[in-house]
Write a protein of this length. Sequence first.
Length: 316
Amino acid sequence: MPDQSTIKELILKSSVRKALDVVGDRWTLLVVLGAFYGFTRFEDWLHHNKMSSSVLSNRLTRLQKSGILDKHQVGNSRVTSYQLSVSGQDLFHWAMAVWNWEHHWLYQDGGHPVSIIHSRCNDPTLPRFSCGHCNYPLKWGDVSTAKGPGFSGASTPKQRASRRSIISTGSGAGVHNFGRIVDILGDNWSYLVISAAYYGVRRFDDFQRELDIAPNTLSDRLKRLLDHGMLARSCYQEKPARWEYIRTEKTLDFAMVPLMLGLWADKWLTADANKPTIVRTHNICGNRVKVHVRCESCNQELRHGEIQFQEKPPQD
């Protein structure tokens, strides 16, 4: 664990935090995941996610301004199409990490209700993450972080207030099943609490100090993460009762999601991609982290445009 005095800066100056300002709220996450799923029309998101027209319009506009979506007119019609831009398509590894985590942790019994079909082999596949240098499977425990060349010049922003929306992407009519992650982690604070846990923060007062988070907000996010098995609780003092909040296997496996988000932000949200604020190293080979996502069936690299999401038929 890094020195306690640096944890706050490591979290708030990281590229993950920058990315959360762009895609970190629940509705924005669903819009971006929907774009990878194949949604292009306003009505696609409106119907499948049951969000209000005003919220959807706001998120689509924000994603255009952020350069993640491009807006097009379809031919000579008045129909509008929204397509992932080049930077939006580059979130593909992040979308695969989201699908993978949901498959392993939210649909453990029957598997993810949305299959990924790889066009090169025409088989359903599970994404496999590996190091782009040594081809070794990429795992959270094999990646270390340290201050990068852009760290000293980066600002440490004060976190904005963030209200957790109460929505669900469950399996009701008109709702597709890619994006249930937002029911657990659909705001910046939840991500940041987990980030602090990755750095070894365990106690309430330490979370509050490192994140500069209001006590009621922290209590809400800790309770929610406990309810969903993202943290476990251990009593370290009986009178009065005081608790530590400990990472679980579910949390450690989730680490691929912010890792992919951070690598994307290093490329697209950093002033100089050669001077990241945080350097991530693959300890197995000693190289800067570079990720390949491969097809479980044919072992070829999975690329955006070469996969399709396919809803599985409901089981009797």
